[in-house]
Design a protein around this ligand. Sequence first.
Ligand SMILES: C[S@@+](CC[C@H](N)C(=O)[O-])C[C@H]1O[C@@H](n2cnc3c(N)ncnc32)[C@H](O)[C@@H]1O
Length: 179
Amino acid sequence: MARDLERAYIPSHPKLFYVNFKPGEFNSGLVARKGFATNELITRIEGTTRGPKAYSSVQCGPGEDDHIELNSDLLYANHSCDPNIAFDLSSRDPSGWHVRALKPIATGEELSFFYPSTEWEMSQPFVCQCGALSCLREIRGAIALGEDELRSRGYVNSWILEAVVQRDAQAARNSRNVA
Ligand SMILES: C[S@@+](CC[C@H](N)C(=O)[O-])C[C@H]1O[C@@H](n2cnc3c(N)ncnc32)[C@H](O)[C@@H]1O
């Protein structure tokens, strides 16, 4: 399958990054074609379409229907527990959605973001192979994480933080009611 995709591949952002196709399912990744400085805008997130939640979609808000397909090489950005880019979709105006660097990135480095920073509950949870010292191992989405854990990964979209705060406040109310 990766072979067929590779044969038909037309880079969407040829000056910024490319897809490193690897054999097998879900093994490919996105690689920087140039260096980026911390906080540098890498690209705006444009040309997206709304769709159902899927392994390929990115959550763009708190609603059930707030999922987009990226329709570009950004699809191949893998998850890392120690990410070097952020998918920032917190703006109410989609023209403000963008990808930026969270740390200095060298040419040839893989670009990866922290999936729970956009996803409340992954459609396809997986065992993480990012290799980071701080690896969480099982990636299920923000639903499985505490606020501090989320905040420690560089960037979290606003509606994810709000959902975590609401969940924790509800849990605190419930435990007070039981006591
Ligand atoms: C949107 S795709 C990312 C591109 C994918 N690697 C590919 O080749 O199509 C998301 C899927 O990639 C895989 N993936 C992404 N990051 C991963 C990681 N850190 N460890 C293991 N699998 C990962 C998972 O199967 C996940 O459902």
